[in-house]
Design a protein around this ligand. Sequence first.
Ligand code: AMP
Length: 111
Amino acid sequence: MSTIFGKIIRKEMPAQIVYEDDLVMAIKDLYPVAPVHILILPKKEMKNLQAMAKEDLSLMSHIVDVAQKLAKEYKIEDNYRFLTNNGEKAGQSVWHLHFHLVGGKELGSIA
Ligand code: AMP
């Protein structure tokens, strides 16, 4: 199943890429909800966190490492939100696993 993020990863669609390596790509969200709103996408296609296989779990530590580096680079390391929406009723709209890194303003609590 190809999604908009699959196309961005394959460079078939433009995006503002802020980080890339063999395993992940990070792009600016097209509709940012805060001054910093970055999406971290594993290059491997999986529809969401719940679909991640056990053998891919090591990817999570890499994603966290990238998130921490980007948080520092964008100077939001002391206050940010890092989340994934898993499923339609949880707000997922693109069916390729991605993590939101959001900061640069007062965020409040989500729960
Ligand atoms: P979610 O709703 O958690 O699935 O997040 C999808 C995110 O992708 C939303 O925050 C959208 O604003 C963002 N988005 C949709 N299309 C694009 C695109 N072409 N480039 C960058 N971000 C996008």
